[in-house]
Structures are given as C-alpha cells and as structure tokens.
Write a protein that binds this ligand. Structure first.
Ligand code: ADP
Length: 570
C-alpha cells in the first residue's frame, strides 16, 4: 500500500488577500458580482474591511479619496466589463488629481476575449484602462500575484501618485499552488514612495530668486497637502514672511485664518506678485495657465516662477519656470529651510501691508454679506451656518461639490487643519460627493460634512443607502435651488418639457435619507441649518439636510461662466 502526503494548497483568492494584507491594505471599496463576490466574502472573513457600494463609480471615488487621505493606495474592486467601466471614471479622475488608487477588476478568460468569441462580459479591459491611468498590469498565474500587487502599489504611490489598473482574470482566483511556495512568492514592498532629494544647485537658484523678490507669493497646492510635510511648509511660510494662497484642497495646510493667508486678496496677489513659488500646484486652468488677465496681463512678462514638484515633466508645461526644484515636497521644503538659515529677510513691508489692506477690505465686505438673512436663504447666508459648524468641529472632513455650492463654500468656509477638505479637484468633476464622504468617514472615523449642490448630489445620491448601511457619521447638506446652476430656466420652444437645467420644484431630498433609516431634515433658515448640523455631528447619525436656497440665486457655471462656449464667442 502506498501513502500519499497531499501538500497543503493555497488558491488565488487567498494569495490576493494575503498580498494586500502584507502591504498594510486594510479596506476594500467595491461592488460584488461575478467574478469577485467570493473574493470580497473571503476578504471580509480574513479581516479586511469591505465597504460595498451601489455603483462602482462611487466605490472608485472612495478609493481615490482614501488614497489622498492616507497616502496608501485606495483599493476599488469591481466586476468585469460594465463594472470595470463604471470604475474607470474614478480611476482616470484619481490619476488626473495625483491620488494613489488601484482599480482591481475581475475579467473574462483571455483565450476567449482575444478571439472575440463572446464571453460573459467580454472586454479587453487592460487595453482600455492603459491610456487612462499611470500603469496597468494583468496577472495570469498564481505565482505572479505577489509581483502584480507589489508593482501596482509602487506605481500608485511612488513619484507623482496616480491611478493603477490591475486585471485579475476569473480563472486566476481558482488556481492553486503549494502553500509555502505561494506565501514565499508574496512581496512586502519596501519604501513604496521613496524620498527624492532635490539637487543643491536647484535649491540655491530658487533661494536666490526668492531673496531678490519685491512682491513674493507662495502658492500651496494639493500636492503639498498630500506630502504631509505640514510643519516644514508652515515653517517655510512663517520664516519667509511671504503671503500664501492655498488651492482648494490645500486649505487648512496652514489655518485659513493665518495672518499670511492671502485668500481674501486672491485677485490682487495673483495680478501683482513678481516671484511666485508653487509648492505642489500645477499651472493648469485652475490658475489660468499662469498667464493672461488673472496674472495682471502684460505685467506677467515680469513675473518669475519657482516650482517645487516631484514630476520633472510638469515644469514649463504652461509658462517658463525660472527655478524648478524637483523632489518630494518634504525634501524640497526641508532643503529650502536649511538654505534660508535663521536670518532670512522679510519681504518689503509695502507689499505685505498692501496685501493685508486688501484682505481686510474684502473680509469686511464678506462679513456684511454673511450677516444678511434673506428669505429664502442665499448661498452666503446658508454658508454662514456651515462656516460656524466647521469652525466648531475642526476635526471634521468637509466634502464639497457643485458649481455655486462649490465656489461659495470654498471662499466662505475656513479650514484650519490639513487634509480636511476634499472636493471636485482638477477636473471639477461632479459625482464625487457620497464616495468621498464614505471614504472620509471610514478612514478617519471622524464626522464628515458633505456640502453638495442639488445637481451634484444627484450623481451619487443612491449611496445614502450605503451611508445608512454602515451607519457612518456623515451629514449631507444639499443646497437645493431647484436646478443646475439655478431653478429658473424656461423651455425656449415654449413647450411643456422643463428646461434642461431645472429639476422638480421643492424636491424633498431629506426623504431619501429617511427611506433607509437615517435622519432627514428640511432647513429653510440659517438657524434651522445650524441646529440640524449640530445635532447631526453630536449624534453621529447619517443625516441629510435639504437646505432651501433661493432658486434665482445661482450663476451659470458658478465662477467658470467664461468657459462656456457662448461666452467665448468673439
Ligand atoms: P492643485 O489642484 O491643488 O493646484 P495639482 O493637483 O494641480 O494641485 O498639483 C499637484 C502637484 O503636486 C502635481 O504636479 C504633483 O506632481 C505634485 N505632487 C504630488 N505629490 C507630491 C509629492 N509628494 N511631492 C512633490 N510633489 C508632489
């Protein structure tokens, strides 16, 4: 009689889960279905937190936000073809914003897909994902799972962070191999986002330019917030005494209430500054490409830029950069601080005084507007309540999307801590609201306030069920002005269909949250809004507040009306 000792086997499912856990991944944002349902069940059984959404785009947005908030790649898992495509918008958006995330999609069998024989959800996902992300990989054999996940993690977080696609065919998950060899094939990634030290001569060039500036300005972008060099960035601003402007997701890197914060004098400093130091910010459309009227028209020719960035190819992308400093923000800022020494000359007093003067004037104008109490509420009067609540709860994360709801919130609501504001980002994309809010609550365990226009909210509104299912401490405030931009448009043909930009009047958004057991409140005054938000934050229950805004209040496209084709006609 012969005895056989069967060697213990491990399957693809468990190798994937163990590889993720080995690399400190603790959460998966997803939507189950063939072929990943069991992968999600097993992940949960093995101790990973699995947050299941109602649509993959929101799971993807959650993964992207988690990536920004934690510095680890956020993981989104989807089914093949349609689920993969639903997740792809979020992956492309993450890449555009430099957020690290990995979209892992199950896929159909290569042999059938490549011969186009009509498999279930057949699609060449790898080829489609490639141009939309930073890197894309496929794993065909179980012994390569460790390498595939290691490469995906490195690609997502090293250098300029971004989105990575990882294709896992259904067959891979069922493959088995000997357990010891399987575990030995997994890779724990060492130093996934290595520091990149700037060249000393680049640092000296930048300091020389800064020292000679008469009207210097520092511009902080979300790359600076992402870099988590908060103390050094603050030291650089304070030691140099240079006024700074935070881009929207860099708000709070230094408190918006800081003496050197020039947000309230934005147009003035952009038009007047002679040396601008960009720290983790791109000169894209959000900064008018570094030229034109925003930058003082012709005077722009006199302006010089210093740019701190991890991506060398970003330099000169819109205008000439006189002093590029390439490296990670932490290392670049530390090198600048070391080069400045203790006795760095402050900028000319007439510049800082002019900025302070402009700022005071604008702040008192804004205070007067916020104090008005019109009925129905204006964006400003509603936001005066939101502003007070955010001030009283500095640990809360603010999610913000919309057109007018975005623009007004960004300028009215002060942030005082880093990485507490996440929003529509580089694309100005709508639909990030509930995905970002879920991620913020899951990764921080802190209260989340999501201020959304009624149109923007509609893109991800069904995820209020997800919020209720996981009992997340999220307070959604829908700024309801009955339509896209505003609710007063009319059908140009005189027909009975509503105009394309208007919604059902007086919609009861609060009932959506009530439908799933959460709290829904209608708020028609700043006092009602304040009370409902206070209760939501104190109680930690999923809450949706339908904030009734004057339907005539919005402007077309918010502050970017100039981008509409009609406005561009000569
Ligand atoms: P904002 O929209 O706030 O202006 P952008 O997304 O345009 O910010 O710019 C972020 C910039 O920061 C990108 O050019 C990116 O390469 C850079 N970046 C991201 N992370 C780091 C980092 N750790 N160190 C240096 N630069 C970074």
């Amino acid at each position: 009689m012969t005895t056989e000792t069967a060697t213990e086997q491990i399957d693809g499912f468990h190798l994937i889960i163990e590889a993720l856990k080995l690399n400190g991944i603790d959460t998966i944002f997803s939507l189950p279905g063939i072929p990943i349902t069991d992968l999600l069940r097993l992940s949960q059984a093995e101790g990973l937190r699995v947050i299941a959404f109602r649509h993959e785009q929101h799971a993807g947005n959650a993964a992207a936000a988690a990536g920004f908030l934690t510095g680890k790649p956020g993981i989104c898992m989807t089914v093949s073809a349609p689920g993969f495509l639903n997740g792809l918008t979020a992956l492309a958006n993450a890449t555009t914003n430099c957020f690290p995330m990995i979209l892992i999609s199950g896929s159909s069998e290569r042999e059938v897909v490549d011969l186009q024989q009509g498999d279930y959800e057949e699609m060449d996902q790898l080829a489609i994902a490639k141009p939309l992300c930073k890197a894309a990989f496929r794993v065909l054999h179980a012994p390569d799972i460790g390498v595939g996940i290691a490469r995906a993690i490195r690609a997502a977080v090293s250098g300029r962070p971004g989105g990575v696609y990882l294709d896992l065919p259904a067959k891979l998950m069922a493959q088995t191999m000997e357990v010891a060899a399987g575990r030995a094939s997994l890779i724990k990634v060492v130093d996934p986002a290595p520091r990149q030290i700037p060249a000393p001569d680049a640092v000296q060039r930048a300091l020389a330019l800064l020292k000679g500036a008469k009207r210097p300005l520092i511009l902080l972008g979300k790359g600076a917030a992402y870099a988590r060099a908060d103390a050094d960035v603050r030291a650089l601003v304070e030691r140099s005494g240079i006024p700074y402007l935070p881009m929207s997701m860099a708000k709070g890197l230094l408190p918006d209430t800081h003496d050197l914060c020039a947000s309230a004098a934005r147009s003035y400093v952009l038009a007047e500054a002679d040396v601008v130091m960009l720290i983790g910010a791109r000169l894209n459309w959000l900064l008018s490409h570094g030229k034109g009227k925003t930058w003082g028209g012709d005077a722009a020719r006199q302006r010089q830029f210093i740019q701190l960035d991890i991506a060398p190819t970003e330099i000169d992308s819109n205008v000439a950069i006189a002093a590029p400093v390439i490296g990670d923000i932490g290392s670049c800022v530390a090198a600048l601080l070391a080069g400045m020494g203790a006795a760095w000359p402050k900028p000319p007093a007439d510049w800082t005084a002019a900025v302070a003067d402009r700022k005071d004037k604008n702040l008192s104008k804004m205070a007067a507007t916020l104090a008005l109490n019109p009925s129905p509420m204006s964006f400003q009067s509603a936001l005066s309540a939101v502003r007070d609540i955010v001030k009283a709860n500095p640990e809360a994360i603010l999610v913000n999307e919309g057109a007018n709801a975005l623009d007004f919130t960004r300028s009215i609501v002060d942030m005082v801590q880093p990485r507490k504001r996440i929003d529509v980002g580089t694309w100005g994309v709508m639909g990030i609201g509930m995905g970002f809010a879920v991620a913020a609550a899951v990764v921080s365990g802190k209260p989340v306030i999501a201020v959304c226009g009624d149109s923007a909210f509609g893109f991800s509104g069904m995820e209020v069920e997800t919020i209720c299912r996981y009992q997340l401490p999220i307070c959604v405030v829908v700024f309801n002005n009955n339509g896209v931009y505003r609710g007063t448009d009319v059908n140009g043909s005189g027909g009975t269909d509503p105009a394309p930009t208007v919604f059902v009047k007086d919609a009861k958004y609060e009932m959506l949250m009530q439908a799933f057991g959460g709290v829904g409140v209608r708020a028609a005054t700043p006092a009602e809004l304040h009370r409902a938000m206070s209760e939501a934050i104190a109680g930690g229950k999923p809450t949706l507040i339908n904030a009734i805004i004057d339907e005539t209040a919005g402007t077309e496209s918010g502050r970017i009306t100039s981008l509409n084709p009609a406005a561009r006609k000569k």
